[in-house]
Structures are given as structure tokens and as C-alpha cells.
Design a binder for this molecule. Structure first.
Ligand code: ADP
Ligand code: MG
Length: 324
């Protein structure tokens, strides 16, 4: 097909139908007015959508492969935060022009992650305009099993997966480059551009946790959503917050804590759980390639206290990313 004459439908055929995942529960995928799918018996659907805009959600020079990966990853992360198993996605893409190299690379990133979690692209839309990517993800929840923001209880432990603040440091580097070893450069940009949606962790915590959220706007901001929704408070021990050695190497301790509390884009899970479930949870995490750290406790006094373990209060900034 000559690119000049490639219309919307040929782009869909040449790029978006080129996926390896082919699920039995998709009765009609790409190609008709709607997709038709079936939800397994005794399950409910969890549905989420997120838009990524060039220059807002990723630096404009980001590789299309990473944009494709991340636009799916952030949506799968939302499913993970509810305890849902991902199944299908739709993709609404607004492109400034029809650049086949860009499209090929975007699809490579998108479909590589989709294949990893057996997620099928079942439809979407294609329009011309400033680059914008909207993905909708749909996943299954067994009836009565879900992780809400509103279910944290006083006495719960507060846990996070992975490490926090790395994506924020990568963003700082991309705005104002500073010296980084090749290994640190690769690590940080992996953290920014290729977050691992914590689907496996989500499966491990669904029957053990009370409340969960994914950390997209910064730990302080996102944990506040749990506290508000659950009408509880929290004490966070800032010196328990998990930091990568790369973050520690490039920032002072206070800056590292600040990045971990307020940096967005980490896509780790933050959840609360009764103390009595800790042993079982640690056991489940042993087989997962992911750190788990307890960083504080839920209290019945509304409010958010940040302190060091020795009781000294933390007085640094806590403002997370705000869109408006
Ligand atoms: P309609 O005109 O009925 O809205 P479209 O012409 O927009 O349908 O799309 C034709 C088919 O291609 C539909 O099944 C639609 O879901 C699918 N599609 C369009 N754009 C995309 C995309 N970016 N990714 C995946 N599927 C897409
Ligand atoms: Mg349409």
C-alpha cells in the first residue's frame, strides 16, 4: 500500500489489527460499529480510561514505542488498583499526520505489553489533530471481590510496591540533563517510560487488602484519596518509604523523600491491610519479582501525619501532581 493513499481504514488494517492476542471471549473485535465481548459468569466488569497528551503526560521527544507501551500501562495500572484481571482495550488515537514509522513503533510498544497480559485491542477511533492517545481498559472482577479506595480501616498497615520517586527523577533529567551513568540512565528512563503495571501484585493482594490505589500523582496525593474516601487518617514514616539506590545516589536524602512523596508517574500500588494478613502477603510476594514495604499505619483520627520513625516530624512539601 502506498502511504500517500493509505486511508483511515487501511491504517487500521495495517497497524491495529496486527496483534497476536486473540481471545475466545471476543465475539467481534476490530472492524464493525461496536466490539462484542462476553464477561465470564459470576464476574463483573471494571472499566477505566486515561488520556496521554504530548508535552503534558510525556516529554514530546519520547519514542513512539514508549508512548505506545505507557498509554496501555497506565490503564492496566488502574485495573490493578481495583484488583481486576485485564481483558480488553480500546484505543482512540489523534495523530498530527500518518507517519508509518511512528505508527509501527507505537504499535510495537502497545502490543508487546498487551501480549504480556493477554489483553486484546477490540476497537477504537482515529482522528487528525495534535498527538493524543486515549486508552480504555476493561477487566474482570469476581463478584464481591474488589479493592476500593473507601475501605481502609483504622489499624491497617499501609504498604507500597516497588520504589517511589524514580520517574520524577527521570523527568527532571529530561528537563534539565545532569550526569548519569549509562546504567542509571537506562534504569530511570525505564521507570518513566515503561512502568510495570502491578497486575501480579494485585492478584496477590485482592483477598488480603482492604483498600488500594495506584500511585500516579505522587504517594502523598494518592494516599490522601484513600484517606478521604475511607474517612480515616494515617501516619507515614518517611524513612520507611522505599527508595532506589539510583534515586539515593543522585539526590540528598531530603530531596529523595520529597521526590518519593510528590513525584508522579510511579504506577506502584499503595494499599492498606489488616496486620493479621501480613505473613500471608509476604509469603505471596516471595514468588513475585517486586518489593513490598510497609510505610505506615491507618488511624481513626482524620489527617495525614508524616514523621520519621524516631518521632521527629517531617515538614517538607507534599503537594503531588495536579492537572489544573
Ligand atoms: P465507525 O465509523 O463505526 O465509528 P470507524 O470507522 O471509526 O468506525 O472504525 C472502524 C473499525 O475500526 C471499528 O471497529 C473501530 O473500533 C476500529 N478502530 C478504529 N480506530 C481504531 C484504533 N485506533 N485502534 C483499534 N481499532 C480501531
Ligand atoms: Mg468511529
Amino acid at each position: 500500500m502506498f502511504w500517500k493513499v493509505m486511508n483511515e481504514f487501511q491504517i487500521i488494517k495495517n497497524f491495529f489489527t496486527q496483534q497476536t492476542v486473540n481471545r475466545a471471549d471476543v465475539k467481534k473485535g476490530i472492524g464493525d460499529d461496536c466490539a462484542i465481548v462476553s464477561v465470564p459468569p459470576l464476574h463483573q466488569l471494571a472499566i477505566t480510561t486515561d488520556t496521554l497528551i504530548a508535552g503534558v503526560h510525556f516529554p514530546s521527544e519520547t519514542e513512539p514505542m514508549d508512548i505506545g507501551y505507557k498509554s496501555l500501562a497506565v490503564n492496566l495500572s488502574d485495573l490493578a488498583a481495583m484488583g481486576a484481571a485485564p481483558a480488553w482495550v480500546t484505543l482512540a488515537l489523534t495523530l498530527p499526520d500518518k507517519n508509518p514509522k511512528w505508527l509501527k513503533s507505537f504499535c510495537e510498544g502497545f502490543f508487546s505489553l498487551a501480549a504480556k497480559f493477554n489483553v486484546q485491542l477490540i476497537g477504537g477511533d482515529l482522528t487528525k489533530g495534535p498527538l493524543s492517545i486515549t486508552v480504555q481498559a476493561l477487566g474482570f472482577l469476581p463478584n464481591q471481590h474488589h479493592l476500593l479506595r473507601s475501605n481502609a480501616k483504622a489499624g491497617d498497615l499501609i504498604c507500597v510496591t516497588g520504589t517511589l520517586g524514580d520517574a520524577r527523577l527521570a523527568l527532571k533529567h529530561s528537563n534539565q540533563p545532569f550526569n548519569l551513568s549509562a546504567a542509571d540512565h537506562a534504569y530511570l528512563y525505564q521507570r518513566l517510560n515503561r512502568p510495570i503495571p502491578r497486575i501480579e501484585c494485585s492478584k496477590a493482594i485482592i483477598n488480603l487488602a482492604h483498600a488500594a490505589i495506584d500511585v500516579s500523582d505522587g504517594l502523598a496525593a494518592d494516599l490522601t484519596h484513600i484517606l478521604t474516601a475511607s474517612e480515616v487518617g494515617a501516619i507515614i514514616y518517611v524513612d520507611q518509604i522505599p527508595l532506589s539506590s539510583t534515586l539515593r545516589h543522585h539526590l540528598s536524602y531530603d530531596e529523595a523523600i520529597h521526590f518519593a512523596l510528590t513525584g508522579g508517574d510511579d504506577y506502584e500500588l499503595c494499599f492498606t491491610m489488616p496486620t493479621s494478613n501480613k505473613t500471608e502477603l509476604l509469603h505471596k510476594f516471595r514468588s513475585l519479582n517486586c518489593n513490598l514495604t510497609t510505610i505506615g499505619v491507618i488511624t481513626d483520627q482524620p489527617g495525614f501525619i508524616l514523621s520519621y520513625q524516631n518521632g521527629k516530624p517531617y515538614n517538607g512539601p507534599t503537594q503531588g501532581y495536579q492537572h489544573f
